[in-house]
Ligand binder design. Structure first.
Ligand code: ADP
Ligand code: MG
Length: 660
């Protein structure tokens, strides 16, 4: 193939522009990206060589070499991994295969900080080289291909790139960065080593750099030892040395890994700029043997709610990289967890299909799930500062424990704000761990301003005689808090949990009780406060039901298309009416959500409950506007819970007629 000039795919050109303009505050990540590509390339070769050892040619040890040339103003990263054919260079370096790039580009705001966060999540990879280079030359030969089938790819990072066939004896890829004037400090061993140390220490492959040593300058006067010298300099010795630890981080003992190293490894595998919230690192022995290093990110990715989103677990088998996004290793409701699982038992040629069926994988998934839940329980336990007892002594004793607590302060709250809604999916998905998950849930409450009330907190402060955990679901916390259904609970000082996540309705179908105490929606079924209601109240309610019988019958007739039933209630104090659903019916809120999502919801006719004490209800009897008032009563109850009358125009007409 003779030299030809090709254009970048439109999105690449756009992305390149963004990369070079929004990442300059975080320049050094380019090296992490390029070394990570080199490491991926070696992983790929190792993987392909499982079935074809010939691919190693005569160089079975894989390595990355980093070198610079101050005079030529270049920084070069060379690997002897899988390499690229000419076509692969065109495809992989000229287009973005990943779907959703356009989406991604359109999400960028122009704000540097948030954009670099997004770009980080997306992984700009190879193109980050253009942050420091105004030209990049790539020379490569794919393992197994002939020396004459090498390729050279050159681009200035604007609209196009050149490719041509070259002779290249060595297998693998060399990336030559022609440094920009303002990036010349990267042509320094000290600087480069520092970056490798920070970002790439965990890479299991040796990263080599040429050794340098100090050389004094020449004598100014060759005959005069004391006459002074030209300035000295570091010079290359021709000897290469390994500058990273070159062992996969998860294989090292915990005590040898610093918090920073754990964080950097997380950043490298997740493309996140921020440190993770927590990690757990364990070697599991027993019938299945594996090592897990799992992280909880500090922030939810933008596609968190998409259950199809890629899993964050990389699978290794005996330190050989097998695949990214190994979804079989983690349940869907923990899809936000990132990390590595290295199995000692799985076959190297394991496929995604095999993973789904493997018993070892099932055991690993269960083990990982338990670890993550354990990690969350730990965070939850230390989330709030221990209450200082009156004698000034808390149950914190050792300084280590104290430091641990302080570091964990507020972390669970942070976690919950980002991932709580996803965790709830586990109630329906993971029957074995349902109770553990239920304990981890936190809610807003009608009697507390914090959003950190757990079922256990609630239970501990239940009123004497209270037999259920009361909750209400609504679209927003405001709507929940002001709902008419809460009136009697407020009056009696009974706490109600306010559930406002979209998944709450669905998830609560799977939890009928907590620790033996039933959960009761305040918007479902007739209100039964049991022992919380005194005899006088019960009697008044019964009498009201009796005296209102004829009125209720009339209301029922007038609203027969809208309401399943009409009854007198004790749950209201200030409002004239509210809607509830039958005990096991689908809530009106869920029905509304399904409709919004374009799904067919079964037609739920709610029950209209009226407040016998309310002036409006008392006026109904004998009113000439009975029919209009009945409909208004119903429609207003619907409005009060955030719903919409079936015929809004008719509602307005009725109200206006009365106003006039
Ligand atoms: P990613 O690493 O996420 O796939 P990059 O932008 O970093 O994205 O790299 C794009 C692609 O270019 C890689 O997927 C790979 O196919 C190819 N590539 C980059 N660097 C190398 C390399 N050193 N050796 C072989 N292929 C490479
Ligand atoms: Mg990459």
């Amino acid at each position: 193939m003779t030299k030809q000039t090709l254009s970048f795919q439109a999105e690449v050109a756009q992305l390149l522009h963004l990369v070079t303009h929004s990442l300059y505050s975080n320049k050094e990540i380019f090296l992490r990206e390029l070394i990570s590509n080199a490491s991926d390339a070696c992983d790929k070769l190792r993987y392909e060589a499982i079935n074809d050892t010939g691919l190693y040619e005569d160089a079975p040890t894989m390595e990355v070499r980093v070198s610079f040339d101050k005079d030529a103003k270049t920084l070069t990263i060379t690997d002897n991994g899988i390499g690229m054919s000419a076509q692969e260079a065109i495809d992989h370096l000229g287009t973005i295969a990943k779907s959703g790039t356009k989406d991604f580009v359109s999400k960028l705001s122009g704000d540097q900080k948030s954009d670099s966060q997004l770009i980080g999540q997306f992984g700009v990879g190879f193109y980050s080289g253009f942050i420091v280079a105004d030209k990049i030359t790539v020379e490569s030969r794919r393992a197994g291909m002939k020396a004459a089938e090498g390729v050279r790819w050159v681009s200035g990072g604007a609209g196009d790139f050149e490719v041509e066939t070259i002779d290249r004896a060595a297998r693998g890829t060399r990336i030559i960065l022609h440094l920009r004037e303002d990036a010349m400090d990267y042509a320094s061993a000290w600087k480069v080593k520092g970056i490798i140390n920070k970002y790439s220490d965990h890479i299991s492959l040796p990263i080599l750099m040429e050794k340098e040593e100090w050389k004094d300058g020449d004598l100014i006067d060759p005959k005069d030892e004391k006459g002074g010298r030209q300035p000295g300099a570091m010079v290359k010795t021709g000897e290469w040395e390994t500058v990273n630890k070159a062992s996969a981080i998860w294989t090292r003992p915990k005590k040898d890994i610093s918090a920073e190293q754990y964080d950097e490894f997380y950043k490298a595998i997740s493309h996140d700029f921020e440190a993770p919230l927590a990690h757990t690192h364990n070697r599991v022995e027993g019938s299945t043997e594996y090592t897990q290093l799992l992280y909880i990110p500090g922030k939810a990715p933008m596609d968190l709610y998409n259950r199809e989103t890629k899993a964050g677990i990389k699978l290794y088998v005996k330190r050989v990289f097998i695949m990214d996004d190994a979804e079989a290793l983690m349940p869907v409701y923990l899809r936000f967890v990132k990390g590595v699982v290295d199995s000692a038992d799985l076959p190297l040629n394991v496929s995604r299909e095999l993973l789904q069926e493997s018993r070892d994988v099932k055991a690993i998934r269960e083990g990982c799930t338990k670890r993550v839940l354990g990690m969350l329980e730990d965070l939850a336990k230390h989330d709030v500062a221990p209450v200082v007892a009156t004698d000034g002594v808390t149950d914190v004793d050792t300084t280590e424990e104290k430091a641990e607590r302080e570091a964990a302060l507020g972390k669970y709250t942070k976690f919950y704000a980002e991932f709580g809604a996803v965790l709830k999916e586990g109630l329906g998905e993971d029957f074995t761990n349902k109770d553990r998950i239920a304990k981890l849930l936190r809610f807003a409450s009608s009697t507390s301003d914090t959003t950190t009330v757990s079922f256990a907190d609630y239970k501990a402060r239940m009123k004497e005689g209270q037999e259920a955990i009361y909750y209400i679901t609504a679209d927003t916390a405001g709507a929940a808090k002001n709902s008419p259904q809460l009136e009697v609970f407020k009056k009696k000082g009974i706490e109600v949990l306010l559930m406002t996540d979209r998944v709450d309705e669905w998830a609560l179908n799977y939890v009928h009780d907590f620790d033996g105490t039933p959960l009761q929606s305040v918007a479902k079924g007739a209100v039964d406060l049991g022992k919380l209601q005194d005899e006088a109240e019960k009697k008044a309610a019964e009498e009201a039901a009796e005296t209102f019988k004829p009125l209720l019958a009339k209301l029922k007739e007038a609203l027969k298309d809208k309401a399943e039933d009409v009854r007198v209630t004790t749950r209201l104090v200030d409002s004239p009416a509210c809607l509830v659903v039958q005990d096991h019916g689908m809530s009106t809120q869920l029905a509304r959500m399904l409709k919004q999502a374009g799904q067919t919801a079964p037609e739920v006719k709610p029950v209209l409950e009226v407040n016998a004490e309310h002036a409006l209800v008392k006026k109904l009897e004998g009113s000439v506007h009975f029919n209009d008032l009945a409909h208004i009563l119903f429609d207003q109850a619907l409005l009060a819970e955030g719903g919409m009358p079936a015929d809004p125009a008719a509602y307005v007409k009725r109200v206006n007629a009365l106003l006039v």
